[in-house]
Structure formats: structure tokens, C-alpha cells
Design a protein around this ligand. Structure first.
Ligand code: AP5
Length: 221
């Protein structure tokens, strides 16, 4: 089994760690948040529907996100998939199990990046991302080397998300505890849950995740 799930509340660091694993391990990141943001900027009917839901901090329907994931799975990933922000409900988790098993794949580990709520407001309100390559920054903990310029690709298209407000974050957290936190028990019951301390510095969290993956994933050929 070569695929992993990153679990954790908004701002836990799922996207930050997923992008690093893409670079260091050649894995493929599947972020439903990124897919939905692409859909909303495409101007389609589906994009208009999801934009309002996301800005409120609510979850988009299972049907839409499972459809998005199913489509991306078709492209395959020899180095393994990283599911970032998916699954977020028990129905999504069951659907993912079924989809992967049909492809002869499976989740090797579901890694909970554990943080407490107090850290999240500061993380979310200070976040900005590169509109060109998706690199994730923070005003205080991870600024760009040159103000206004992406370290990775040199783009000056640095953006803040419409749902990165204190009000939307409160709703996103409520949704997380009501609908997504039960997945911690789900993966525990399957014997695949691993927990890392998400309050540590970014590089320390990365080391903890590497240790989990070294134990859970087959060695690269
Ligand atoms: P999504 O885009 O998935 O957002 P999220 O889960 O709320 O998670 P975030 O992207 O906010 O946080 P993250 O954990 O990736 O943290 P990051 O690495 O950026 O979803 C957005 C919306 O889309 C949802 O609300 C919903 O409406 C919809 N949606 C998406 N998927 C769905 C699904 N499956 N079903 C239904 N609806 C769905 O880090 C945050 C900041 O902290 C950054 O600035 C970073 O630099 C900094 N940081 C990271 N790690 C550390 C650290 N260790 N120390 C200090 N700072 C750190």
C-alpha cells in the first residue's frame, strides 16, 4: 500500500507537508480544497455553487468531492497518493476505501497532524499562497525571502483565501469537529492511524511524518 491520508483541522499544516512530500518522495498530492478552488475560478455552474459553500466555511457535498477524487485517481500515481483534506466525512472515507480497493491500492497510514485551536487563528489569518505554483507561506512563520515574490517560482501573484477569516474559520472548525474528527476513530479501528505533533516547527513535523512513512510505506525501488 502506497497511499496516505493527512488529517487535521484547518491550518494544521496538511498542505504544507503534502507539498514537501511531493518534492521529496515523488508522491501525488490530491487536495480537494485546491480542486474546489480551481472549480470556483473556472466560472462553471458547479464553481458558483461551491464558492458560496466554501466562503461560509461549510462542507461541499460528498457527491461533488467524491466525483472530483474519482476523476483524479484515474491518472494513477506510482509514488503514491497523498489525500489532503479528503476524506472529510465517513461517507467519503468509505467511498475512498472502495475506489482504492477496486484499483488494487490502499491507505497505508492516516496521519493526524494534531494541533490545538489557539494556534489556528494565527496560522490561518497569516497565510498566503502563490497563485502560480501553490507554495504556502505565512506572514510570521514562513515569509518569502523577498517581499511579494514567491521563493519557489518567482511569481508575484501572492494571494489570500476568501475563507481565511476568523468568522469562516469558526464554522470550518465546527464542521471539522462534527464531521471530520470521527475519521480519527475510523482509521484507528482499521489500525492505520498515526499521530504527529503539529505544534512543532514545520521541519520537525516533516521529520515526524517521514518517520511514519519510512515505517508504513514500501522502500522505493
Ligand atoms: P481546504 O483547502 O482543504 O482547507 P482546510 O482543511 O480548512 O485546510 P487548510 O488548507 O486551511 O489548512 P492546512 O492544514 O492545509 O494548513 P497549511 O499547510 O495551509 O478546504 C477549504 C474548503 O473547501 C472547506 O472549508 C470546504 O468548504 C471545502 N472542501 C475541501 N475539501 C472538502 C471535502 N473533502 N469535502 C467537503 N468539502 C471540502 O498551513 C496553514 C498556515 O500555517 C500556513 O501559512 C503555513 O505556512 C503555516 N504552518 C503550517 N505548518 C506550520 C507549523 N508547523 N508551524 C507554524 N506554522 C505552520
Amino acid at each position: 500500500m502506497t497511499d496516505i491520508v493527512l488529517l487535521g483541522p484547518p491550518g494544521a499544516g496538511k498542505g504544507t507537508q503534502a507539498k514537501r512530500l511531493v518534492e521529496t518522495r515523488g508522491m501525488v498530492q490530491l487536495s480537494t480544497g485546491d480542486m474546489l478552488r480551481e472549480a470556483r475560478s473556472s466560472g462553471t455552474e458547479m464553481g458558483r455553487i461551491v464558492a458560496a459553500v466554501m466562503d461560509r466555511g461549510d462542507l461541499v457535498t460528498d457527491e461533488i468531492v467524491i466525483g472530483l477524487i474519482e476523476e483524479r485517481l484515474r491518472h494513477g500515481a506510482a509514488g503514491g497518493f497523498i489525500f489532503d483534506g479528503f476524506p472529510r466525512t465517513l461517507a467519503q472515507a468509505d467511498a475512498l476505501e472502495a475506489l482504492l480497493s477496486r484499483m488494487g491500492r490502499g491507505i497505508a497510514a492516516a496521519i493526524e497532524i494534531r494541533v490545538d485551536d489557539a494556534a489556528l487563528i494565527q496560522r490561518i489569518t497569516g497565510r498566503f499562497t502563490c497563485g502560480a505554483c501553490g507554495a504556502v507561506y505565512h506572514d510570521v512563520t514562513r515569509p518569502t525571502a523577498r517581499p511579494g515574490v514567491c521563493d519557489v517560482c518567482g511569481s508575484t501573484d501572492l494571494r489570500r483565501r476568501a475563507d481565511d477569516t476568523e468568522e469562516a474559520l469558526r464554522q470550518r472548525l465546527l464542521e471539522y469537529y462534527k464531521k471530520t474528527a470521527p475519521l480519527i476513530g475510523y482509521y484507528h479501528a482499521l489500525g492505520r492511524l498515526r499521530v504527529v505533533d503539529g505544534l512543532a516547527e514545520i521541519d520537525r513535523v516533516a521529520e515526524a511524518i517521514d518517520a511514519v512513512l519510512d515505517a508504513a510505506l514500501p522502500a522505493p525501488a
